[in-house]
Design a protein around this ligand. Sequence first.
Ligand SMILES: [Fe+2]
Length: 170
Amino acid sequence: MPDTAPPRYSPLVPPDMQDEIFWADGRAPEDERLWVPVGPGRWSRPLCFNVSQGYWVHLTKVTEAGVVSRHRHPAPVHGFVLEGRWRYLERDWVATAGSYLYEPPGDVHTLVVDPGDSMVTLFHNTGALLYCDEDGQVTGTTDVFDRIAVARRHFEEVGLGADYVKRFIR
Ligand SMILES: [Fe+2]
């Protein structure tokens, strides 16, 4: 009987990179400790911290209405809404479950969640978030290295261990 099992690995990918490339986590396991608190009613669940290319992919969860942040980016952002709804004050559309969004570099936008709403959204951020005041002036920043530091502290505090963050680093 012929062996019809697919090859375990692609021959195109070097053996020592297989586990770096094919790796799955996402929303499982359902362990609340994996949600890193980043503000009142706000969490970030890391999926990928890519330090060699300066980007991070994560799930943002917001359960409290209000302004989440006003910011701009030096590089493009991609997002996909998994649950709930939210909007940007500067736009007339509402992002809902299933929405894909592209944020061009330089656009200043203010993410808000309206009363009664909540959301979970996947974001792919490259470079940094540049937090802005109402005049668009930068008041603070965060990048993949800041995100790693916050996650590392959180994982240590909740008992997963500081090194837990390493599984997300590429
Ligand atoms: Fe943004």
